[in-house]
Design a protein around this ligand. Structure first.
Ligand SMILES: CC(C)(COP(=O)(O)OP(=O)(O)OC[C@H]1O[C@@H](n2cnc3c(N)ncnc32)[C@H](O)[C@@H]1OP(=O)(O)O)[C@@H](O)C(=O)NCCC(=O)NCCS
Length: 143
């Protein structure tokens, strides 16, 4: 499996993966233009994606999804590690994200990657309405 930057030609794969992942955001591909974003690929097939944004010294993970049939094989970990490494190289001191309070799988996953719950955003999500938990981890500066 390899991690590479998201390309406009990945639009169909991104649409497929987010359609199969109701916990993830299904924003249109155009909204990712100019943002740091990666895909996990195996044998030419795109298995997952991560989209982030950087503001000042913070990186936010905006979207992360791995197709259901390819989960528990390290793709999510590889995507988050690539994003955190990019953040480190570009001077991010902290990476954070919002996750639905009911999305325990993603919370376990992020905890394994060193994130901890730091707050709550009331009624952050719609359809269905739900609070977001804010999770964050510090990023050690590049040597
Ligand atoms: C969260 C998600 C991206 C994880 O992707 P993944 O490729 O399956 O993750 P990994 O294989 O790297 O998992 C790493 C570790 O996370 C934890 N983890 C992942 N899925 C888990 C699950 N279903 N139950 C419990 N722990 C889980 C485990 O500790 C796992 O390590 P292990 O497989 O050695 O036990 C994936 O489940 C997904 O796409 N979910 C739907 C979309 C979503 O929730 N996105 C996040 C929105 S904020």
């Amino acid at each position: 499996m390899t991690i590479r930057p998201l390309d406009p030609a990945d639009a169909e794969a991104v649409e497929r993966i987010t359609r199969l992942s109701p916990e993830a955001a299904d924003w249109p591909m155009e909204s990712y233009r100019g943002l740091p974003a990666w895909v996990a690929e195996s044998d030419g097939r795109v298995l997952g994606l991560l989209v982030a944004r950087i503001a000042a010294d913070e990186m936010e993970i905006l979207n992360l999804a791995v197709e259901p049939a390819s989960r528990r094989r390290g793709a999510g970990t590889a995507l988050v590690d690539a994003a955190v490494e990019h953040g480190r190289r570009t001077g991010a001191a902290r990476v954070f994200l919002e996750v639905r309070e009911s999305n325990l799988v993603a919370q376990r996953f992020y905890e394994r990657r060193g994130f901890a719950v730091t707050g709550r955003r009331l009624r952050y999500y719609r359809q269905p309405e739900e609070d977001a938990l804010l999770m964050a981890r510090e990023v050690a500066p590049a040597p």
